[in-house]
Design a protein around this ligand. Structure first.
Ligand code: IMP
Ligand code: MG
Length: 185
């Protein structure tokens, strides 16, 4: 395994593991208050939401079901292409269910606005969104995010599930990459 200095590729750490843990705990408290007495189905968007799903789920103290979807917006690198397709659908029938989509970041908002409409069309009782991060670009797309960890500047970030060409998802902190990573040196 190539264990070259992965953490060292970050130039700027935006959120540490401890800060993320604290914020995820706050979001979970808010969610618990809002869904008191209701059984919630949380839906993680693969693959980026794996870390935040695991942490949100464990911060919730009541019964909660978990399911996963994988969607693709065609393309790798740092830009969304705009076309969404389902790579893996839910295993759960969400008719009459309270669904909370959990994602790690809303950038253009394209993926989540499409996904929300898709799940709402399946007669869910409610469909809401929880995202750890949101970029200002999301304001250009009509997407109502009920729970946001942090709004961040329009920079490409990695770590805690967020990748650059499938790398850096395993970092515990969230940060920006050094320019040499992009230039392939
Ligand atoms: P959208 O532009 O809101 O549709 O975002 C789609 C997806 O792009 C997100 O779920 C992430 O997987 C990815 N993405 C957007 N911004 C970043 C970033 O800064 N770092 C890593 N992935 C990102
Ligand atoms: Mg994602």
């Amino acid at each position: 395994m190539d264990a070259s200095d992965v953490e060292g590729d970050l130039v700027d750490i935006l959120f540490t593991e401890a800060q993320i843990k604290e914020r995820v705990g706050e979001l979970a408290k808010q969610i618990e208050g809002d869904y008191a007495g209701q059984e919630l189905l949380i839906v993680g968007v693969l693959r980026g939401a794996v870390m935040v799903m695991a942490d949100i789920a464990r911060a919730l103290t009541g019964h909660v079901e978990m399911d996963w979807m994988a969607v693709s917006s065609y393309g790798s690198g740092t830009k969304s292409s705009g076309v969404v397709r389902i790579l893996k659908d839910l295993d759960t029938d969400i008719t009459g269910r309270h669904v909370l989509i959990v994602d790690e970041i809303v950038d253009t908002g394209l993926t989540l606005s499409w996904l929300t409409a898709n799940l709402a069309s399946r007669s869910a009782a409610s469909v809401e969104i929880c995202t750890l991060l949101r970029k200002p670009d999301a304001l250009q797309m009509q997407v109502d995010v009920k729970y946001v960890g942090w709004d961040i500047p329009n920079e490409f970030v990695v770590g805690y599930g967020l990748d650059y060409n499938e790398r850096y998802r395993n970092l515990r902190d969230i940060g920006t990459l050094a320019p040499h990573v992009y230039s392939g040196e």
